[in-house]
Design a protein around this ligand. Structure first.
Ligand code: URP
Ligand code: ZN
Ligand code: ZN
Ligand code: ZN
Length: 472
């Protein structure tokens, strides 16, 4: 199967140019001057299919490096399976996910990784890789970390939050980081002071403050700032590179900026929810409504200006990328476990379908450039997590993961409109996007176009990752 994408503007992390893209099978064969012939042959007449991208952007497929399909969490399971979640991803122009395999205290790391392979294999519409959650750091799991790189897992996540679930104390973190530094693994950190949060949360509930809003009060920005700083210093003393996930507080960004200005190998991501949504408007919605937006780190105060600061940090490269932390739960039967006690609301928001659109809206509003959009959503995730060359770029030899994006199109987000995630609500209901995902190719196959969805569970393959290409 050969495909020619003609007439579009090819956008990369470093520029934009009028170019045609020739795809042979699963791979990009050539990037050509518009109207090029090949040995005198009209290319458009020689290929199996032509995709007309006139007036549109042609970009590398989105890479969402932080998802939680089927995560057992908060007494239930995240509601998207690998099948439903990757289908929704494809609808939204994301062609690769990196999900988190889970190990807990008393479990073996490689069993956790094997279980995630079993959940994903044969079910994904797009390609997928794994990070490893090490939720129980002990002699066994430290030893098992030695096998991760060979499995194509070059990053792992630790939690300073969720005592009794995934939590590691400072001694465990230090030991894991020492191991990671030896192995070249990238340490991903959930940076919130969990023990302090749990005390504040219990006190709020004892005072009758049980609404979702108080989830955001208990998880104060000071406890994100403090944990971020502690993670940076533990990483520094162990020589381990550090990637802080789901950064939401401007004070935590300041810690990352300080570390980077002092030459430390420290990186951070934020998520669309921290750019658009707030403590006051969403978590503070009337009644139990705010449960839709209970996630950790929590949505922050708009009055304090965190959202504007996240956009700024994306421009100044204090934050390097945007992932979703896709962790969907339905209101009925899942979020409602926490009626009367916000601590029992499963933590997580579903956004995998809308990340490319929501971030493109930042181009429309002048918050980021077109090139930065591609960099934040595809090219840097590829480099950060050892996929670059195959993913994150449109160049000869790369996987033909391509999105044709229409800047003149329009996307209305909401249930019954563009909603394909397995959730009974949308955290993004009513958002209107100037822009539209028109065509999505995953390794050369059209999975989405203007006539609908053409993907297939099982098309998506496991992509073993190399070491981070973002580190010295
Ligand atoms: O609320 C969140 N973020 N749920 C997913 C688990 C995590 O901490 O990333
Ligand atoms: Zn987390
Ligand atoms: Zn997460
Ligand atoms: Zn369109």
């Amino acid at each position: 199967m050969t495909t020619l994408i003609t007439g579009g503007t090819l956008v990369s992390a470093t520029g934009r140019t009028a170019a045609d893209v020739l795809i042979d099978g699963e791979t990009i064969a050539a990037v050509l001057t518009p109207g090029s012939t090949l040995l005198g042959h009209d290319l458009a007449a020689s290929v199996d299919q032509v995709i007309d991208a006139t007036g549109k952007y042609v970009i590398p497929g989105g890479i969402d490096a932080h998802t939680h399909m089927e995560l057992p969490f908060g007494g239930t399971n995240a509601s998207d399976t690998f099948e439903t979640g990757t289908r929704a991803a494809a609808w939204g122009g994301t062609t690769t996910i990196i999900d988190f395999a889970v190990q807990r205290t008393g479990e073996r790391v490689m069993d956790g990784l094997g279980a995630w392979h079993d959940k994903a294999a044969g079910n994904c519409a797009i390609d997928y890789g794994f990070h490893q959650i090490v939720g129980g750091v002990d002699e066994d799991s430290l030893k098992a970390m030695e096998g991760l790189v060979a499995e194509g897992v070059s990053s792992y996540k630790l939690f300073m939050a969720y005592p009794g679930v995934f939590y590691s104390d400072d001694a465990q973190i230090l030991r894991a980081m020492q191991k990671a530094a030896d192995l070249g693994l990238l340490t991903m950190m959930h940076a919130e002071n969990g023990p302090a949060i749990d005390v504040l949360a219990a006190q709020l509930v004892a005072q009758g403050k049980t609404d979702p809003y108080y989830h955001g009060i208990a998880r104060a920005w000071q406890l994100e700032e403090e944990a971020t700083h502690r993670a940076i210093m533990l990483a520094d003393v162990t020589n381990a590179p550090l990637y802080v996930v789901h950064v939401s507080a401007k004070q935590a960004v300041a810690q990352l900026a300080w570390a980077r200005d002092n030459g430390k190998n420290v990186f951070g991501e934020t998520c669309p929810q921290y750019l658009y949504l707030s403590l006051e408007e969403q978590l503070g919605a009337p009644g139990f409504e705010g449960a839709k937006w209970v996630c950790s780190t929590p949505l922050r105060s708009r009055a304090e200006g965190h959202q504007e600061h996240m956009w700024q940090a994306l421009r100044t490269n204090d934050l390097q990328m945007v992932s979703t932390d896709h962790c969907p739960f339905c209101m009925k039967g899942q979020k409602d476990l926490g009626v009367g006690d916000f601590r029992a609301i499963p933590n997580g928001i579903g956004s995998i379908e809308h990340r490319m659109d929501l971030m493109y809206q930042g181009v429309v509003t002048g918050q980021i450039t077109l090139e930065r959009w591609v960099e934040l959503t595809s090219t840097t995730p590829a480099r950060m997590f050892g996929l670059y060359g195959k993913k994150g770029v449109i160049a000869p030899g790369a996987d033909a993961d391509v999105v044709v994006y229409d800047p003149a199109g329009h996307t209305s987000i909401g249930v019954g409109k563009t909603h394909h995630m397995n959730m009974d609500h949308s955290a993004w209901e009513g958002y209107e996007i100037d822009g539209h995902v028109d065509v999505v190719l995953s390794r050369g196959s059209v999975v989405v176009d203007e006539t609908g969805y053409h993907g297939r569970a099982g098309h998506g393959k496991y992509v073993p990752r190399g070491l981070s290409q973002y580190l010295l």
